[in-house]
Design a protein around this ligand. Sequence first.
Ligand SMILES: C=CC1=C(C)c2cc3[nH]c(cc4nc(cc5[nH]c(cc1n2)c(C)c5CCC(=O)O)C(CCC(=O)O)=C4C)c(C)c3C=C
Ligand code: FE2
Ligand code: FE2
Length: 366
Amino acid sequence: MTFINTPDYRHDTPERLGVLLVNLGTPDSPSVPDVRRYLAEFLSDRRVVEMARLPWMLLLHGWILRTRPARSAHAYQSIWTQEGSPLLEIARRQATALQGLLDARLGGPVRVTLGMRYGRPSIASGLAELRAANARRVLILPLYPQYSATTVGSVFDAVARELMQWRWLPELRFVNQYHDEPAYIEALAASVRAHWAEHGQAERLLLSFHGIPQDYFDQGDPYFCHCHKTARLLAETLKLPAERWALSFQSRLGKQEWLKPYTSATLEDWGRSGIKSVQVLSPGFSADCLETLEEIAVENRKLFLEAGGQSYEYIHCLNDKADHMALIADLVVRHCSGWPEIERPAADANELVKRAERARACSPSG
Ligand SMILES: C=CC1=C(C)c2cc3[nH]c(cc4nc(cc5[nH]c(cc1n2)c(C)c5CCC(=O)O)C(CCC(=O)O)=C4C)c(C)c3C=C
Ligand SMILES: [Fe+2]
Ligand SMILES: [Fe+2]
């Protein structure tokens, strides 16, 4: 076997714990060629599109990648900022905040890096940074609260594919989901309450999650159930009666049936049936992105107002809010329990040096 990614860890420097924060990823720029490249990578993922390969590749390259990039690029241009794509910029802020929290709590033995499932910085580059930091233990933390094979499963594939090329593997742990974590539900509830304190309460609260094809759920993907549990716990925490809120699924693509009810249809129904004011939250997105800033905040607003609604407010994702990042830091600490960086933090910095010295005795160069 040829290992492409050598040389490996070092014997002579203190060991660290690495945290790879992962999110979906975004194009390098909102230009049509960059969006096409991004969509080609994303939509070639077998976890995302389960259709038989040959017909899907013909459809993808023969039609979708010739038509969709222009439309998607236009949408990306509308949300792009000086800092670039909101998803990536927020992910960077999240990584910085998490590093700060873990440093304050553990005194410095943890290195946080970022890896995007599609586009850059890649999962491979994030793992390489962790290896360069001598992170012998690694926690993979996909920032998807609800598990789906299309997202979390796909992150696993990318990590495994990269590590197949390493000779010296890290110890590895993986966060699968955190859809019912009390601190996550409480952070969502706090963001809704803060919005209510400033703007008052609308007639209805819509909890809109990214959809997946219905067929994936029928075959066993637990995503639908995770979304429902998150929504129920949030409504209970907010003490919202059933008639004041609903759950829906957005971002449908293609002609097949996706999870229902659709966000767009729900908002149109509400507008037509005399509901005047709504607030919309997307609890499944840990960071604002195209799907919230354009599809929810702009497109769906238009649908509701055209159907007769009068007031439409979008409540932002948790992004790098303090309570959100504190819960992520807590997830890290709990998932890494038993590992030395967590169990014997700052007070034992000397111990780390001593261990590095002991290890040097058996390194080829030592
Ligand atoms: C076949 C398609 C798709 C599945 C299944 C899917 C699942 C899924 N996606 C997210 C989160 C995000 N998706 C985003 C954008 C996006 N999603 C799809 C397709 C599927 N997603 C496409 C083609 C796009 C690109 C934009 C477009 O052309 O419409 C984003 C935003 C990325 C950004 O750059 O801002 C996120 C985030 C989840 C959580 C999910 C399943 C649970
Ligand atoms: Fe998506
Ligand atoms: Fe979308």
